[in-house]
Design a protein around this ligand. Structure first.
Ligand code: FEO
Length: 400
């Protein structure tokens, strides 16, 4: 991916891969890396669509120079999104290309000033104000809170390319292939979902509004700021994002536990076995202390059943479970079935906290919460079995 990659006759991917950063937004593990996709429209008017994260700007500028020559001129920089993974090179762009003008909407310019103290060379656009870009007029779709206030998408009617910003993006660096027809998409599925669930998932309503606003647009290619470019089947990624935005889920269950000494863990393992005996084949079991919550969130977008267990800790829930519940509440995942369990040695607090969480998130609680005193007894396991059987029955009923 050292050189620009043509997307159409005069439009090029000039993004970069980042396999060095450990935490995206200093929060989300990216073991498989991430790409920062930028694009260049070359013609009578040269237009840059977004930039890249600052630490990768050398490679980015090499690609620009390759396309327009060392003394070439850039006319416009369109900012679809100002988060620094895409805006980090803006200052370097304006220094290297002093004639460039910055295209955005009123909210873009507010944040541009806050982040980079840039107040000049601005060209305001919105849905009624297109941009003369030589051989084409670029159109703009404002998509506020997908996932920042200023986010917008840019459409080129000549090529049918929608530059969609973070919308329809994915974690995972590009591994040779850029286009959906060049890669084995099954290798990207989990990182697409993890990206959606952790970065975009909270903004399901803005996403649906954005898709609605695009429904009469002849989109032939979707070029997001992260991950593959969708040219063979752009509707695939739109449909996938829409499904998640509706919180539609498959018949399966995620069993999650926070356990200090193993008592709650054994209850989790036991219930996973019962679910399996009841015919549930799609099952994931997570130790919340070990697995980063971004992976658990991803599976919570996939499966309808959730068994959540916690030991007590200082009168409350086990901290990793507390962090997960906070993330779920913040994201507002809907329409899940919840079984509650845990263990406590004296005052408790874990199970009670999950019960309070269930009320806030408004998930349907399955069965009666089970709280063992220390190690679960045979009676406790019997109650766990009933809860898991009820969960399996409800999951099966959903499929009918
Ligand atoms: Fe890829 Fe919201 O930045």
């Amino acid at each position: 991916m050292v050189f620009p990659i043509p997307i159409s006759n005069d439009i090029f991917w000039i993004g970069v891969n980042d396999r060095r950063t450990c935490l995206f937004e200093n929060l989300w593990p990216i073991e498989r890396g991430v790409s920062y996709n930028s694009y260049l429209i070359r013609g009578k008017v040269n237009v840059l669509i977004d930039t890249v994260e600052a630490s990768k700007s050398d490679e980015f500028f090499d690609k620009i120079s390759y396309l327009i020559g060392p003394g070439g001129k850039l006319d416009y920089l369109v900012i679809n999104h100002l988060e620094p993974d895409h805006s980090g090179a803006i200052r370097s762009v304006t220094t290297r290309y002093p004639e460039i003008r910055i295209v955005g909407n009123s909210k873009t310019f507010r944040i541009l000033e806050q982040f980079y103290h840039i107040q000049d060379r601005l060209v305001a656009v919105d849905e009624s104000l297109s941009l003369d870009a030589g051989e084409r007029r670029l159109q703009f779709f404002l998509t506020p809170m997908l996932h920042w206030p200023e986010t917008m998408m840019t459409f080129d009617p000549v090529s049918g390319i929608l530059f969609s910003g973070d919308g329809f993006g994915s974690f995972g660096a590009l591994e040779g292939g850029l286009f959906d027809d060049e890669v084995n998409l099954s290798l990207y599925e989990s990182e697409i979902r993890r990206y959606y669930s952790n970065i975009v998932g909270k903004y399901w309503n803005p996403l649906q509004k954005a898709v609605k606003s695009l429904e009469h647009t002849d989109i032939r290619i979707i070029a997001p700021t992260h991950g593959p470019v969708w040219r063979k089947n752009p509707s695939r990624i739109i449909d996938q994002y829409l499904k998640w935005s509706r919180f539609e889920a498959d018949m399966g269950a995620v069993v999650i536990y926070g356990s200090m000494y193993g008592h709650t863990e054994k209850m989790a393992d036991y219930m996973a076995r019962i679910l399996c005996e009841e015919g549930i084949r799609d099952l994931r079991v997570y130790d919340a202390s070990k697995t980063h919550l971004s992976y658990i969130m991803s599976d919570l977008f996939l499966y309808r059943g959730v068994l959540l267990g916690s030991s007590a800790y200082n009168g409350g829930p086990y901290p990793p479970v507390e962090a997960l519940m906070s993330k779920i509440l913040n994201t507002g995942i809907r329409n899940r079935l919840l079984g509650i369990f845990g263990s406590a040695s004296w005052g408790g607090g874990g199970v009670k906290a999950i019960e309070q969480f269930a009320e806030k998130i408004e998930w349907e609680v399955v069965g009666t919460p089970v709280q063992a005193k220390g190690a679960a007894t045979r009676e406790d396991y019997a109650q766990c079995a009933v809860m898991a059987q009820n969960m399996a029955r409800k999951l099966r009923e959903d499929q009918q």
